[in-house]
Design a protein around this ligand. Structure first.
Ligand code: MRU
Length: 356
């Protein structure tokens, strides 16, 4: 998608370097950063210079490429893969990408390994782009239906950033919105601010603005009243890990939006590529929920009138805080899963019907 009218992907490989858009600087500064070593890739994931489940997966895959360039040795590669997997715990795409890369590289000789690693990382990247495009085409049908019935602007609420910045391109939750907009359907997006890191306000609103899509940033607690007032036609969110039973783990606060949607008969959709499905665990209590630094809660960052970026404390130094980064929305609250293969019920039957 576009920034300042120019098309970008979120990650690419050039001159033996991995290039990323540093998302910790957005929306105030647009900076492309070079990742030179596997440590740089691990750091980029940990500090959220790159974030969003599919993009974390692609960065990890390219992290292994950097590991081979740095030191073409099997034990170094294994150590790199373990460190990459541990860099963020919740999004399953990270482990999925590393497992896929290591399987492909198993038994490959030193001479060929770099080329094969590069090809596989590129396939993961290109595949995600295709998946997200198809998610958009599938989700577009739902927006079209609402638009035809309503004969007016379709109001869509989204949480966090499951936009193109969280993937390679298109996004998951935003892809149906981009496709609808390109088709001339009138859409307006309610963007949850998404405290504490404000991915909604900083990233989703930013990317929608760049594509010329009408959007309004709201506080994380405003969704309920908007739904009661009939100002939300549907919700679409992303996910970091979807269980085979249809339970959905996503950014903290997603669950409360789903409860509110249920109470107000607002359809609540989750958009995901198949790389986000965890077929291995059955109980959501087994999902490792990331707990991040309390400074993300106690401080906010913004730009002042002199264009200087500043970080300030917002509550007493003495106060304790708990910064859980994700929650789980039970399948019973999910209207449907929008995937690259089609839309299905949030259930084992639904998912297995699409992904045998
Ligand atoms: O902590 P983040 O910013 O990586 O969390 C991102 C989300 O929760 C997204 O909704 C999810 O990764 C899906 S991205 C298409």
């Amino acid at each position: 998608m576009k920034i300042d009218g120019k098309s970008y992907k979120t990650i690419w490989f050039e001159n033996n370097l991995v290039k990323i858009i540093d998302q910790t600087k957005l929306p105030h500064q647009f900076k492309i950063k070079d990742l030179k070593t596997v440590k740089d890739a691990i750091n980029a994931i940990k500090t959220m210079e790159v974030r969003g489940a599919p993009l974390i997966g692609a960065t990890a895959a390219y992290g292994l490429v950097l590991s081979i360039i740095e030191n073409n040795d099997l034990s170094f590669l294994k150590k790199s893969s373990e460190q990459l997997i541990a860099s963020r715990p919740t999004a399953i795409n990270l482990k999925w990408a590393i497992d896929r890369m290591m399987k492909k590289l198993n038994g490959i000789n030193e001479k060929d390994i770099l080329k094969i690693a590069l090809d596989e990382a590129k396939s993961i990247k290109d595949e995600d782009e295709g998946f997200c495009k198809n998610i958009g085409l599938n989700g577009l049908k739902i927006i079209e239906e609402i638009s035809n019935k309503k004969k007016g602007t379709v109001n869509i609420l989204t949480h966090c950033n499951a936009g193109w910045l969280a993937t390679i391109d298109w996004g998951t939750a935003t892809s149906p919105i981009y496709h609808a907009h390109q088709k001339g359907i009138k859409v307006h997006v309610w963007v949850d601010e998404t405290r504490p890191r404000n991915q909604g306000a900083n990233l989703t609103s930013y990317e929608l603005n760049e594509e010329g899509i009408s959007n309004t940033v709201i506080t994380d607690n405003a969704g309920g009243i908007l739904m009661q007032r009939g100002q939300v036609d549907m919700c679409i969110v992303g996910t970091d890990r979807t269980l085979s039973n249809g339970d959905v783990c996503n950014k903290i606060g997603t669950y409360l939006k789903a409860l509110s949607a249920k109470d107000n008969n607002v359809p609540f959709y989750v958009a995901l590529p198949s790389s986000t499905i965890d077929w291995s665990i059955k109980d959501h209590k087994q999902i490792p929920i990331e707990e991040r630094n309390s400074e993300e809660l106690s401080h906010v960052e913004g730009i002042d009138e002199n264009n200087v970026i500043k970080k300030v404390r917002i509550y007493p130094q003495k106060s304790k805080s708990l910064n859980l980064a994700f929650d789980v929305t039970p399948a019973k609250l999910v209207t449907g899963l929008i995937t690259e293969k089609g839309i299905c019920e949030a259930s084992e039957k639904g998912l297995k019907g699409l992904f045998k």
